[in-house]
Design a binder for this molecule. Structure first.
Ligand SMILES: Nc1ncnc2c1ncn2[C@@H]1O[C@H](COP(=O)(O)OP(=O)(O)OP(=O)(O)O)[C@@H](O)[C@H]1O
Length: 758
């Protein structure tokens, strides 16, 4: 009695839990329509921790300008393709800010995206990938036939056991072992071909996206001018690899049950006809059951696509934090910043783990329902299907045939639903990446979260049109036939849409050595970014020489991976250097000009490979940066405080040498010792104003006088403020300049008081 009681109680509890788990999400979905409104606490970590950190993850780094930013016809065509398959609403939902309304389901958008990516992965029917796919399909078909053969043998083995026919039983057993050889070979070939397909797809997609990534400075623009892709490196590596693995796996996973289904259904039909039964009821039952259970699973299935996409983003962020710590280990160690970095890393890791727990929890319930439907509902349907031909047949059915009937209940076609929805997540991430890369080439940026209302107003005031958080690019950019740099009414606007200089009009021609000065953050480096094409000209007219005529040297020069020679000739290769007619002894002379010849003796070989970022001191790195202009000999050298760590005498000799070989200097510096190498000065005032004039002795004197006058005026301000405060207190009045008056007790007996009242 008590056992029965406990069994019933347990069964009722399980049923109640089941109903609750299935029913509550359905009710919530119906009431709120949107999953994002459920469990706010759970979603918080995505929208708060992650988003805050992700915002911090914007890298502000200036890189050398490579080729021009022209958009060719091929790019435009590809762009149209990717945009047709990537509706904005779908991509918008990629963001992890919890505002999404789109389900990463198996819908029309997903199919279009998948077809777009498949076209890249299998470019033609004659490609190696198509060949691999064909071979893979052949082995899958072979496996299905072998499965049927094995089922037949198994059936006959049982038949001979029942008949006690030892001889035939042993013969059948031998056949069973014999078929194991081709069966195992086919199975391992399937796995091998699946891995080969994954790698082949991955290589195609990686090469395709690398081409986009390094076209038109996309690698710079994607992290500096746009906020849609948080960690492009993760998308380029992990997401592509996961996507390709998922596609290749799903192909064999779907093909097997489909083939099984076709072959077994046909075999069953033949058998049923053979014994005089009707195959139609079986087909109807299987179609109805498969269709119904499929729909139920689709309805209750959590949005695995979205969960997977969010998980990828969290993994990408964790990886980003790790790589930052490795890249800045020395600085962090000097600052003793391990606590802060540890906290950051822990938060990123825990956010990812919390999200994985959420996925596993959702999977637990989904798998439970899936197993129930597939094991028991399908099993029951299989038994009904077996019974109908047996009951309606005029002849008896062999045991092997019965086995075929039961096999149909084990087909795992529906098992693929979860995998397909997960694939939808990877597909969306990879397509989004390609779409954003294309947008970068076409200068279509989106950065809605970065713009503040103040910046928005300032941008409107100077006549810019704001779309998706970024101003519309309306400036005209042309190549300059005579190598002059001309800016006519071009504003300096940051990627966050802050207007630094409302309108700049200057002309710089070769041998016009320009000194650029002004307070911090006034837009000096930004001018170089606009001239180099990293930042767009939102308005006005910009004429500039081809990229090969400009060479930018930043304050912290980039040291590449490679030999000592590679550091001097960067970004050229040794072959390009030889083609240009330079030899190692020429490079030695260049190092001599920047006082680095000792490096050749120290390293003993031009081919010495070191971690140059750490091996060279700050000043040596800057001198190496300057050596590059003697190798490349551009028309203009854009020097952005690039000798701040070099001693003044060495710096002067380098500047003189550069001028002697005809390089025009555009120099940002705070050092007066460099003034004498320049003919003109561009002075920013930090308030948006600027002044450009020839830099002769009188200008230098005027500027110095103005500076000294301002210094003496500003020096008096604190004393004047103190005095004003005293007067306010004595008079008992407030001042518009000081705000509310501070009450300072006045000593009426002091001699000064009598002086004041006098
Ligand atoms: N990638 C970026 N995204 C958003 N804002 C930026 C970016 N790079 C620079 N800025 C902003 O643009 C403004 C101008 O920066 P810029 O680098 O031109 O200053 P600068 O005059 O060279 O200053 P400094 O003398 O300190 O080098 C600054 O307010 C800076 O914060």
């Amino acid at each position: 009695m008590s056992r029965l009681y406990w069994t019933r109680s347990l069964a009722s509890a399980a049923v109640a839990l089941y109903v609750y788990k299935i029913g509550i999400p359905v009710v919530k979905r119906v009431i709120w329509k949107d999953e994002s409104q459920l469990k706010p606490g759970r979603r918080d970590f995505l929208s708060k921790d992650y988003q805050d950190d992700a915002t911090r993850a914007q890298v502000h780094e200036v890189k050398k300008c490579d080729d021009g930013s022209e958009v060719n016809e091929e790019t435009k065509q590809d762009y149209n393709d990717v945009h047709q398959c990537a509706e904005p609403s779908h991509f918008d939902s990629m963001r992890t800010d919890g505002t999404t309304k789109h389900r990463y389901g198996v819908d029309k958008v997903f199919i279009k995206q998948l077809l777009f990516l498949l076209k890249i992965m299998i470019p033609s029917v004659w490609s190696p990938e198509a060949g691999l796919l064909f071979l893979h399909t052949l082995t899958l078909i072979a496996r299905s036939f072998l499965s049927i053969y094995v089922a037949n043998v198994e059936g006959r083995v049982v038949q001979f056991i029942v008949r006690k026919d030892i001889r035939n039983f042993l013969l059948m057993l031998l056949q069973f072992i014999g078929v194991a050889l081709p069966a195992t070979f086919v199975n391992s070939t399937i796995r091998f071909l699946e891995s080969r397909l994954t790698l082949a797809f991955q290589s195609r997609l990686v090469m395709y996206t690398y081409n986009l990534y390094f076209k038109n400075q996309t690698y710079y623009r994607v992290s500096n001018l746009d906020s849609r892709l948080e960690n492009a490196d993760h998308c380029l590596t992990e997401d592509i690899s996961e996507f390709c693995g998922s596609v290749a796996h799903l192909y064999s996973h779907i093909t097997k049950p489909l083939l099984d289904c076709t072959i077994i259904t046909w075999t069953l039909a033949q058998m049923t006809w053979g014994i005089g039964g009707s195959a139609l009821p079986g087909w109807v039952i299987s179609t109805v059951v498969i269709g119904l259970t499929g729909q139920i699973l689709r309805f209750i299935s959590p949005n695995f696509g979205k969960l997977i996409a969010e998980n990828s983003a969290l993994k990408a962020y964790l990886r980003y934090i790790h790589s930052r710590i490795i890249a800045n280990a020395e600085e962090i160690a000097f600052y003793q910043g391990h606590e802060a970095e540890h906290g950051l890393l822990k938060r990123a890791y825990l956010a990812m783990i919390r999200h994985m727990h959420l996925i596993h929890e959702k999977r637990l319930w989904y798998i439970m329902i899936e197993q129930f439907l597939m094991k028991y509902v399908w099993g029951a349907a299989g038994l009904i299907m077996v019974s109908i031909p047996l009951l309606t047949a005029s002849k008896d059915l062999s045991h092997a045939s019965k086995k075929h009937f039961t096999r149909i209940s084990h087909m795992s076609l529906i098992d693929c639903i979860k995998e397909i929805t997960e694939l939808a997540g990877y597909t969306a991430r990879v397509t989004t990446m390609i779409r954003v890369f294309r947008d970068m080439s076409l200068e279509k940026y989106e950065r809605p979260s970065a713009i503040s209302p103040r910046s928005h107003k300032a941008a409107i005031d100077i006549g810019l049109t704001i779309i998706n958080g970024t101003p519309r690019i309306e400036g005209l950019v042309e190549n300059s036939p005579d190598n002059t740099i001309v800016l006519e009414g071009v504003p300096v606007v940051t990627p966050n849409c802050d207007v630094v200089v409302p309108s700049l009009t200057i002309t710089v021609s070769p041998l016009m050595h320009l000194l650029i000065s002004g307070p911090n953050g006034c837009g000096k480096s930004s001018l170089f970014r606009i001239i180099s094409g990293l930042w767009p000209a939102y308005k006005g007219h910009l004429r500039r020489p081809p990229p090969s005529s400009l060479f930018y040297i930043p304050q912290r020069p980039y040291m590449s991976i490679g030999s000592l020679r590679d550091q001097v000739i960067y970004p050229d290769t040794k072959e390009e250097m030889e083609r240009k007619g330079f030899s190692d002894s020429d490079l030695e002379k260049m190092l001599d000009l920047v006082h680095l010849r000792h490096l050749v003796n120290r390293e003993r070989s031009w081919d010495a490979i070191r971690d140059w970022k750490d091996v060279l001191s700050g000043g040596e790195k800057q001198r190496m940066g300057m050596a590059r202009i003697f190798y490349h000999r551009p028309v203009y050298a854009l020097l952005d405080e690039c000798t701040s760590a070099v001693s003044i005498d060495v710096e002067s000799s380098i500047y003189q040498a550069a001028k002697d070989i005809g390089i025009t200097l555009l120099t940002i510096t705070h050092r007066p010792s460099l003034w004498r190498f320049h003919t003109h000065v561009l002075q920013f005032d930090g308030e948006g104003g600027w002044r450009m004039e020839p830099l002769d002795t009188s200008t230098r004197l005027t500027l110095r006088e103005e500076k000294e006058k301002l210094e003496s005026q500003l020096a008096g301000i604190p004393q004047m403020q103190e005095r004003l405060k005293e007067l306010c207190n004595v008079l008992g009045e407030d001042s518009v300049l000081l705000g509310v008056r501070e009450e300072v007790p006045v000593d009426t007996s002091s001699p000064s008081e009598s002086n004041l009242s006098d």
